[in-house]
Design a protein around this ligand. Structure first.
Ligand SMILES: NC(=O)c1ccc[n+]([C@@H]2O[C@H](COP(=O)([O-])OP(=O)(O)OC[C@H]3O[C@@H](n4cnc5c(N)ncnc54)[C@H](OP(=O)(O)O)[C@@H]3O)[C@@H](O)[C@H]2O)c1
Length: 325
């Protein structure tokens, strides 16, 4: 099969299409003939040599895919050759075929085409697991989503709104701020021209954000604490602003707050299974009824993975960048 690997750590140019042996379905696994995968920030970090795959995972890039099941391993129940599915992967999505435990398979939501479905698993699982399973966002609470126009942000805004929360978000340009509002954000704050701490306080009459979904890490740690409500939960999922920050424990303690950081990729299969099941139960119905949709910025063939990475790293995109196998 054709697959994309990083031949050495470096820029997008190190992404190489190569021939690899077809994967086989192990016990409890299926092989998917990939229709589409999508680019994630983690792929760009893996390409740079900063985010190696977890032990046992494929060297081939790609954390999600959609496609058609072409082989079924021993002990698999409920899935058959010819079924369409999408999947959360520990790696291996930038390829014509990938083996995946059935626990990480999800049906394609009704009304979504198979190509677009390749861009859903990673964002849906990340947002559902962090904002709802970990941080427990409630209907009457306020969520602050940093980077509302990105792949994660666009889905987080829509999902939190659909489930009844108030949503504040940050973005870097007027066009992206407008997009966030059109997706349902109650307030869209320019991270370039405005002080998000002040804006959050004003928008919540001084209460603060009950949950913050953060992509920036160190750079925003202290300001996120300032923007957090009493008993607020700050969930850090990205390190775009660095990995080492100073935590003011006094500020956190006074707010009886929580700072949590998670990574989806390295979690054991049973945790991923619970997340995928939650997504199918709670998120897919909202995708099917149109309350939550995937925003696709560009769709490129797998052979143009390098260009797809350039687009993501330019920061000009909104929503997801899809690669078709
Ligand atoms: N831990 C996990 O399990 C997990 C899983 C998936 C993703 N992630 C992380 O989630 C983050 C978002 O992923 P993605 O796929 O949505 O990437 P993406 O589409 O490239 O989005 C990146 C976002 O970062 C925003 N941004 C850049 N500088 C910012 C700043 N100073 N303040 C606030 N926002 C800023 C961008 O906003 P503008 O476009 O408006 O400039 C953009 O919305 C990444 O850091 C990724 O690594 C983590």
């Amino acid at each position: 099969m054709r697959a994309v690997i990083a031949s050495e750590p470096g820029g997008p140019e190190v992404l190489t299409v190569t021939d690899l042996p077809d994967p086989e379905a192990g016990d409890g696994e299926v092989v998917i003939d990939v229709t589409a995968t999508a680019v994630n920030r983690a792929d760009t970090m893996q390409r740079q040599g900063k985010y190696p795959p977890p032990p046992g995972a494929s060297e081939v890039l790609g954390l999600e895919c959609s496609g058609t099941i072409s082989a079924v391993g021993r002990g698999v129940e409920g899935w058959s050759v010819g079924d369409e599915a999408c999947a959360l992967l520990a790696g291996g999505g930038y390829a014509e075929r990938v083996a995946v435990p059935t626990a990480q398979l999800m049906p394609v939501p009704k009304g979504v085409d198979l190509v677009t479905a390749g861009a859903l698993p990673e964002v849906a699982c990340t947002v559902w697991s962090n904002v709802f399973m970990v941080a427990g966002l409630q209907e009457d609470e306020t969520l602050l989503v940093h980077g509302g126009a990105g792949g994660i942000g666009t889905l987080a805004i829509q999902l939190a709104k659909a489930l009844g929360a108030r949503v504040l978000t940050t973005a870097g340009s007027q066009e992206k701020l407008d997009l966030c509002r059109s997706l349902g954000a109650d307030e869209a704050i320019s991270y370039r021209d405005q002080d998000f701490v002040e804006e959050v306080k004003q928008a919540t009459d001084g209460h603060g954000a009950d949950v913050i979904l953060d992509n920036m890490g160190a750079k925003y740690l202290d300001r996120n604490l300032s923007a957090l409500a009493t008993q607020g939960r700050l969930v850090i999922i990205g390190m775009q602003g660095g990995v080492k920050g100073e935590l003011n424990i006094g500020k956190l303690l006074a707010k009886r707050g929580a700072v949590i950081a998670t990574s989806l990729r390295a979690r054991p299969v049973d945790e991923k299974a619970a997340i995928c099941a939650g997504v199918v139960e709670h998120v897919w119905p909202l995708v099917t009824d149109g309350s939550v949709r995937t925003l696709v910025h560009a769709t490129l063939p797998l052979a143009e993975a390098a260009e797809a990475h350039r687009i993501m790293e330019s920061g000009d995109h909104v929503g997801k960048i899809i690669l078709t196998a």
